[in-house]
Design a protein around this ligand. Structure first.
Ligand SMILES: C[S@@+](CC[C@H](N)C(=O)[O-])C[C@H]1O[C@@H](n2cnc3c(N)ncnc32)[C@H](O)[C@@H]1O
Length: 394
């Protein structure tokens, strides 16, 4: 049995497949921790002294491009990325029918009472349809029809290997940490309806239902096989959630129907025009006093030139064409332009890494600390989030 996904949709990799997954997880950890630290030390000793004051992440990239250690680091990271998907793909393909059967059984029994609403006529947006984002073969929207779960299984199992334990046993450290933070940051906030945009397999959706038991929680995505997987996964885990296939730039739901519109790791995969459309949609969907909140990569303006360069690596080498453009935006300006008020931002310590007390202490502190741990899948990760409220005006 895989030790990566342990709920009822778990796969049964052969020993060689499980060994490959272990190897790739360890390789990623090696690249993103000791090798990344060596690269930073090399930069500080040999490159930083010759950079002009005010150098940006782009300048750091230009200066390091020919460096042998940077090239080795990048080649290792690209190869490890491809190996992530390769290490789970064969198992997913072999177990495709078994997954479909489990989906049918769970969707019929619905032990947690959740729902799945697909829209076969939905046009998949180009940011999904036109590329294999983060080099994931077939991308999120690949769909074998009817009961197919393969894209969801590839994503959840691949993400487990990719994050080498840093996202928790059920990959929901982001959702759990931020939901706990919010409960302590806004103790009187009692949302009745919560929407998670770009939910994929729903791993960051379920913590909201656990944190706010009274709320109806909806996960929205464009990818049908990910949503089937999300529905079956939620039912298998016994958490009621409602999954909807829709485009977050034009959500087919009434005005003022949510108290919290959340997203995790979503905005950086959108072109700027779509990010702005999502913010306007979030405002429309929120009730007065409701909160839009996003977990995301920290903006370039909050980081040193080196750390900005480090995070923008994906834009150049990991099939993430919108990453840098997203990170160049100023979140406070963007949410204000969408008509939201009272901007807030935070660095939320990972619950799994630092424990509950650290998350609660962060909820009582102001603002987001700049740190080279922000949004980095490495030892001591902290999660950056920001948002704003829908004011009382129409
Ligand atoms: C990186 S995944 C994020 C998954 C999850 N929220 C997490 O934290 O890991 C981005 C998701 O956004 C979805 N997506 C991309 N564009 C979308 C859009 N316009 N509307 C809804 N979902 C979209 C993709 O299908 C994908 O599942």
């Amino acid at each position: 049995m895989t030790r990566y996904v342990t709920h009822d949709l778990k796969l049964a990799p052969r020993p060689d497949e499980a060994a490959a997954q272990d190897f790739v997880a360890a390789l990623r950890n090696h690249v993103l921790n000791p090798l990344a630290a060596a690269l930073k030390a090399r930069f500080e000793a040999e490159v930083a002294p010759s950079l002009p004051a005010g150098a940006t992440g782009r300048d750091v990239h230009a200066a390091l491009k020919g460096d042998r250690l940077f090239r080795f680091y990048s080649a290792a990271r690209v190869k490890a990325q491809d190996m992530v998907w390769a290490s789970v793909r064969t198992t997913v393909a072999r177990e495709r029918d078994a997954l479909s059967a489990r989906f049918r059984a769970l969707a019929l029994a619905r032990p947690a009472g959740g729902t799945l609403t697909l829209d076969p006529a939905l046009e998949i947006p180009r940011n999904v349809a036109a590329l294999d984002v983060h080099r994931m073969p077939g991308n999120y929207h690949l769909d074998g029809g009817a009961d197919d779960l393969a894209a969801g299984a590839l994503y959840e199992n691949g993400l487990s290997v990719f994050s080498f334990g840093l996202m928790g046993e059920t990959l929901d450290d982001i959702g759990q940490s931020i939901a706990l933070w919010l409960r302590h940051r806004l103790p009187d906030f009692a949302p009745r309806a919560i929407l998670d945009l770009g939910c994929s397999v729903g791993h960051q959706t379920l913590p909201w239902k656990r944190a706010y038991r009274q709320a109806r929680v909806t996960g929205l995505d464009v990818a049908p096989a990910c949503l089937r997987y999300a529905h079956a996964r939620a039912e298998a885990l016994g958490v009621e959630a409602h999954f909807l296939q829709a485009d977050a730039t034009r959500v087919p739901l009434p005005d003022a129907s949510f108290d919290l519109v959340f997203s995790s790791m979503f905005l950086h995969e959108l072109p700027r025009a779509d990010i702005r459309a999502v913010f306007r949609e979030a405002r429309r969907l929120l009730r007065p006093g409701g909160l839009m909140l996003h977990y995301e990569l920290p903006p370039n303006a909050a980081l040193s030139a080196y750390d900005g360069f480090y995070l923008d690596w994906d834009s150049h080498y990991n099939s993430e064409p919108f990453y840098q453009g997203y990170r160049d935006l100023v979140p406070a300006d963007e949410v204000a332009a969408a008509g939201l008020v009272d901007f807030l931002e935070a660095s939320v310590p990972s619950l799994g890494w630092y424990g509950e007390e650290a998350v609660i202490a962060a909820a009582r502190a102001e603002g987001a600390e700049a740190s080279d741990r922000l949004g980095r899948l490495a030892d001591g990760v902290t999660w950056y989030c920001y948002g704003a409220f829908r004011g009382p005006n129409p």
